[in-house]
Ligand binder design. Structure first.
Ligand SMILES: Nc1ncnc2c1ncn2[C@@H]1O[C@H](COP(=O)(O)OP(=O)(O)OP(=O)(O)O)[C@@H](O)[C@H]1O
Length: 359
């Protein structure tokens, strides 16, 4: 977590008060009031055309509001000059990607350059951000956007939005254009970056799984109105109305709940080989404590079957339980090893644990 110290602390809450946008007599954003507390991850979600993007763009004044007020901390955003807005609110989107004729480094440095930071500070910042997003600076700094994968380009887009260390980060479907696997990786990275920087984030998506995974609080919009603004678990357990429960989808509620639970919440001490007699399964570890194999613990086989651990049927403490469950099902095991960054066995999660724990 030593990266955390490079970002300023004390980010500001953002509050919408009666925010309204009228086009041709119709309120496409209709009297929305909500507050994303300092350091929280707020997500706006709703069907296509419900007003999510318009709301987000009113926050950074890309679209002028018709009525209402937006506060950043205790300041009225409408009083900020464009330069202050750019510095204090980062903005990452899916469609306007990067400037194609600028390198990764030049793209990340857009706002610091506008703010006329000294060269050395800009260079240090580029390195810091590339490091934060696990992009090897030596390899990617001078590459052009067309030389990047979709996921790398999105990382650069978010890095660019964070470059001037804004107090608020606005994100409009930033992972909309990447494949589902990359999307999952980027979401995990976003959670880590949020954890490290504690930015106040307002994030727009139409993907409920993404919202439940990322959000501290989710705002559900329908036809310009705010229908419910709650923590993910509360939305699932206590939806405000039929629209919310339909929108969330009842069918895989259990899985959605698990996408808001983390392995470290379910992790218990591992059963090691020496306890084998007492247990239907046990772990074999090497001299460094890394798991080598599972004895027993298969879905159908008898207790003595030895299954070698490979790089994929493992869990890490920050993985969602949905992901862990899906790995158990895929690899047909009742238990997964939980490993730390060094690959050492620190615990286990079991199918029984998933079933036994109330959401
Ligand atoms: N410049 C405009 N003039 C008139 N109507 C507009 C304008 N911009 C947006 N709208 C309308 O406002 C409504 C909200 O649009 P907005 O883009 O905010 O929706 P959204 O929830 O972000 O949708 P999506 O998920 O499809 O991007 C839509 O009905 C849209 O047609």
């Amino acid at each position: 977590m030593n990266e955390r110290s490079h970002f300023q602390q004390g980010h500001l809450m953002i509050e919408l008060q009666g925010l309204t946008k009228t086009y041709a007599g119709k309120n496409v954003v209709d009297d929305i009031s909500l507050r994303v507390e300092s350091g929280e991850f707020g997500v706006l979600i709703g069907p296509s055309g419900c007003g999510k993007s318009t709301t987000l763009r009113m926050i950074n004044q890309l679209i002028p509001m018709s009525r209402g007020r937006i506060l950043l901390g205790d300041e009225d955003v409408s009083r900020l000059k464009p330069e202050q807005l750019r510095r204090r609110m980062g903005y990452a989107i899916q469609s306007i990607g990067l400037f194609p004729h600028w390198t990764v480094a030049e793209n990340i440095a857009v706002v610091p350059n506008l703010l006329k930071w000294p060269r050395s500070r800009i260079d240090a910042r580029i390195d810091e951000l590339m490091n934060l997003f696990h992009l090897a600076a030596g390899e990617y700094r001078d590459k052009y956007p067309h030389q990047l994968s979709g996921g790398q380009a999105q990382r650069v887009g978010v890095a660019r939005a964070l470059a001037a260390d804004p107090e608020v980060l606005l994100m409009d479907e930033p992972f909309g254009a990447v494949d589902p696997l990359t999307r999952e990786v980027l979401q995990n990275e976003m959670l880590r970056v949020h954890e490290q920087t504690r930015k106040t984030i307002v994030f727009v998506t139409h993907d409920m799984d993404e919202a439940l995974k990322l959000a501290s609080k989710v705002a559900i919009l329908n036809q310009g109105r705010l229908v419910q603004y709650d923590r993910p678990i509360e939305l699932l357990v206590d939806p405000a109305d039929g629209f919310v429960s339909d929108f969330i989808g009842k069918a895989d509620l259990g899985l959605k709940l698990l996408s808001r639970r983390w392995v470290d919440q379910y992790c218990r001490p591992p059963r090691l080989a020496r306890d084998r007699a007492a247990s239907r399964h046990s772990w074999e570890v090497d001299a460094d404590g890394r798991p080598l194999a599972l004895h027993g613990g298969r879905l159908s086989a008898d207790g003595e079957t030895r299954t070698a651990v490979n790089g994929e049927w493992i869990a890490t403490p920050e993985m969602t339980m949905k992901e862990a469950l899906s790995r158990m099902v895929w690899f047909r095991v009742m238990v997964l090893p939980v490993i730390d960054e060094a690959g050492k066995l620190i615990g286990e999660v079991t199918m029984e644990g998933v079933m036994g724990r109330q959401p």
